[in-house]
Ligand binder design. Sequence first.
Ligand code: PLP
Length: 412
Amino acid sequence: MSNNEKIPFLDLVSLHEELEAELVPVFQKVLRTASFVGGPMVEDFEREFAAFCDAKYCVGLASGTDAVRFALMAAGVQPGDVVITVAHTFIATTEGISQAGARPDFVDIDERTYCMDPVKLKEYIERECYVDRETGTPYHRKLRAPVTAIVPVHIYGQMADMDPIMELARRYNLIVVEDACQAHGAEYFSKKENRWMKAGSMGHAGAFSFYPGKNLGACGEAGAATTNSEDIARKMRMLRDHGQSKKYYHDIEGYNGRLDSLQAGILSVKLRHLADWNRKRQEVAGRYHELFSDAKGVTLPHEPESSRAVYHLYVVRVRDREGLQKHLGEAKIDTGIHYPVPLHMQKAYANYGYKFGDFPVTERIAAEIVSLPMFPQLTEKQQRGVVENVKEFASKEIGKRDAVREPQTSSV
Ligand SMILES: *Cc1c(COP(=O)(O)O)cnc(C)c1O
């Protein structure tokens, strides 16, 4: 199908045009009070975001990476510990782990949700570790180090299966930090608690990024960590501010990881729209689902009963991913790949000695995923354009495959 209007992957320009009248006064207020770091705007946003996440505390930070790092450190991860996560995520997850002084290690993902597979997590702890009798802590046999934390990632805005993860964490005394950097407002139905729970409210802490393209994005760099523990919140506040317990009294050596007042003020404005934007993303996802219902050769996102995803991304799987991207590109439809190279195959981690084949589900899906345009303002017309072009490509592919198979089928 020829399509003359470009369909962007994400449209941050129109979004900010719509919000300009609400945002400009925030800039003015910050200029006129010269309150640039900390202060009431940060505190207000922290209170509002904690409430949004059904968490007791929120600590505003400079980035999502800092959120993962400070949450792990504040919850008790020590240098040299092993922290389990997934290889199917953005590298910031493992950067946060490494920057906390720990060694990241991986378990494979669930083939349908693309989130941590709790069965693989259980196998990891039971097969690769022995449990120290005195402390009850699992020790990794080969890495010769204690395993002390789990970082499940709610990838694409879809919830990881938290009940079994929390159950294992309780049994083995492990810290859980949810990487909710793509999942602001996503919900999980906990059978154990018998209620819907927000991303970032289930683990010991939750890490959020407000990088501009996220469901809730700042006009620059920003992040936050949520927790229900007063102690973890207090430690994170110290870590973000040079280890100060009060001005110029440094109980520990910390970091410069604070949230700017300007970003906090902007985030407060945008937070008022977040529920509506998430609802629109869910509608866009629902419409994709309908429009794709008769499509062959395209695997759609799977949302289990226990998950209310917020569709940071809408990711489909096809056999010829490069071909599809090229086809859509020719129709001026932007796409992305999140992410093409699993973390265990990244050059940055070559020294850890992972090899292809270590995490087969992760590897399989990394070769087949394509992220289609997804943002709250995406119109039905634009979506129809995307879907028609994907279907056109997929049916040609199936035609090609059938043509190859034909001689075999006719000889049977
Ligand atoms: C964006 C993101 C982060 C980190 O965010 P920054 O704010 O860029 O540091 C961490 N984890 C995941 C899964 C992300 O998508």
